[in-house]
Structures are given as structure tokens and as C-alpha cells.
Design a protein around this ligand. Structure first.
Ligand code: NAD
Length: 257
């Protein structure tokens, strides 16, 4: 964004499918991947925001609820039919934990909903993307986990943490299984990012935001563009030897004591 920024065009001609492209990290990534030359397919359950995102980056919008297998299949199929390949899958849509996500409070229905939107969605998206990538002999999958997949949160968010741990474990295993077929799979583990999801969470509990900042060596939350830059790297051939990792973009949280 600064005037002397290097102009990267690493993704010219590639097709990227992004879920949750209407807001936050997904939206910033749609812009970043498009600026690097990718065709961007914006999936979101929110039609207004998803459509606006697609129009903003000259891509296409596909309304897709990531918990619905048929809609997920249609998302990837539309990408392939429109642009002729599926090179990048950024499986990113997710929801924040329910209000009090302590194991003592979270009910089974709330727990299941978080697993469905945050974890089952990633299973469905990988299942849909991998066959295209196998045929091409090439592909990069980036699944949005979180730094909480690696660390226990003292402020309880048990259903969320468990869902992200699942995303991390699944990404690692898929990365191992499909590497010889040219498909890399990485889990992206952002620290707290200044997005509507986080703002909503901290609006309910401002003290929690202040407590969090103390633990971030960089002394601030990430901006969505900083996460998007990491996704662009993982999507591109610059990361050709990066596979099956938990790719932390957390301002140093996980290194701090
Ligand atoms: P956000 O709320 O700004 O955006 C999420 C998008 O996903 C929205 O456009 C929403 O409409 C869409 N979405 C929600 N449910 C969906 C569904 N069922 N089907 C399709 N789309 C759906 O959130 P964000 O902060 O950009 O978060 C994106 C991802 O990053 C999530 O997986 C989140 O858990 C993860 N994450 C966020 C933070 C953070 O601090 N914001 C930190 C680590 C990880």
C-alpha cells in the first residue's frame, strides 16, 4: 500500500476460490490475490457483501453456505467452469464463539454449530477442491485456523479453539497425503485481527481486548491486509517448499511468555 511497495504479480492466470470473501480477512485477501493477477471467485453466504467484494476485484460471486455440501461443490465447479482451473483454495469462512464459550456454559447445539461452520466447512471445501488440483497436478490450499489452535486461551472459547485445532490437524494431514501430487496444504494461524468478527467479540467485553493486547509483542492487533499478504505468499510459488505447516502470523504471541 505504500508508494515504494514492491508490485507482486505472482498469481497471473491462476484461479482462487475464497470463502468468507465478503468481509475481514477474506475481503482483504480477495483484493490482494486479484492485485497479484489471480481470477478471484468470491464465496459467501452474505449475498450483498459477497457480490460487492467480487465487483470490487473484477471477479465473480457465488452464493455459498460453506456448511452445505451441494453449495460448496457448486462454488468450486463454477470457478472451474468460468476460468478453467482451481489453483488456489482459501478456505476461510468462520464464525466467532458463542457469548460464553466456557465448557461449563456452551450447549451442545452451539458447539455443533461452531464445528459445522469452522471445521466441517473446511472438510467440504478441501474435498471439493482436491480433485481439480489432482487433475492439474498442482494446487495450493490455505485453511484459516487461528493461533488458538496452538495455545490454550485463558478466556474460554472452547468450541472455537477445538474447531481451529481440527482445521490445523486436517490441513497437516492433507498436506502430507497430497504433496506428491503437487498439492500443498497449509493452515494459516492468524493472531487477533482487526476485523468485524473481533470488533464484535470485544464490543461485548472491552476488558478482554485490553488483556489480549498485553500479550502481543507487537503491541497491536493485525490489520487484515497483513494476513492477506501471508495468504498471497502461501498461494504463490514463492512458498513452493512450505507445506503441512501451521503458518503463524501472530505478532509474536506464540513466542511470548
Ligand atoms: P468476518 O466476520 O469479518 O468475515 C467472515 C465472513 O465469512 C463473512 O463475510 C461471513 O458472511 C462469512 N460466513 C460466515 N458464515 C458463513 C457460512 N456458513 N458460509 C459462507 N460464508 C460464511 O471474519 P474474519 O475475522 O475475517 O474471519 C475470517 C476467518 O479468520 C474465520 O475463520 C476466523 O475464525 C478466522 N480468524 C479470525 C481472527 C480475527 O481476529 N479476526 C483471528 C484468527 C482467525
Amino acid at each position: 500500500s505504500s508508494a515504494d511497495a514492491v508490485v507482486c504479480r505472482r498469481l497471473v492466470g491462476r484461479t482462487a476460490v475464497i470463502t468468507g470473501a465478503g468481509s475481514g480477512i477474506g475481503l482483504a485477501t480477495a483484493r490482494r490475490l486479484a492485485s497479484e493477477g489471480a481470477h478471484v471467485v468470491c464465496g459467501d453466504v452474505d449475498e450483498t457483501r459477497g457480490r460487492a467484494a467480487a465487483e470490487g476485484v473484477g471477479g465473480i460471486f457465488v452464493k455459498a453456505d460453506v456448511t452445505d455440501p451441494e453449495q460448496v461443490d457448486a462454488l468450486f465447479e463454477t470457478a472451474y467452469d468460468t476460468y478453467g482451473s482451481v489453483d488456489i483454495a482459501f478456505n476461510n469462512a468462520g464464525i466467532s464463539p458463542p457469548d460464553d464459550d466456557s465448557i461449563l456454559e456452551t450447549g451442545l447445539e452451539a458447539w455443533k454449530r461452531v464445528q459445522e461452520v469452522n471445521l466441517t466447512s473446511v472438510y467440504l471445501c478441501c474435498k471439493a477442491a482436491i480433485p481439480y488440483m489432482r487433475r492439474q497436478g498442482k494446487g495450493s490450499i490455505i485453511n484459516t485456523a487461528s493461533f488458538v489452535a496452538r495455545m490454550g486461551a485463558a478466556t474460554s472459547q472452547i468450541s472455537y479453539t477445538a474447531s481451529k485445532g481440527g482445521v490445523l490437524a486436517m490441513s497437516r494431514e492433507l498436506g502430507v497425503q497430497f504433496a506428491r501430487e503437487g498439492i500443498r496444504v497449509n493452515a494459516l494461524c492468524p493472531g487477533p485481527v482487526n476485523t468485524p468478527l473481533l470488533q464484535e467479540l470485544f464490543a461485548k467485553d472491552p476488558e478482554r481486548a485490553a488483556r489480549r493486547l498485553v500479550h502481543i509483542p507487537l503491541g497491536r492487533f493485525a490489520e487484515a491486509d497483513e494476513i492477506a499478504a501471508a495468504v498471497a505468499f502461501l498461494a504463490s510459488d514463492d512458498s513452493s517448499f512450505v507445506n503441512a505447516t501451521d503458518f503463524l502470523v501472530d505478532g509474536g504471541i506464540s513466542g511470548a511468555y
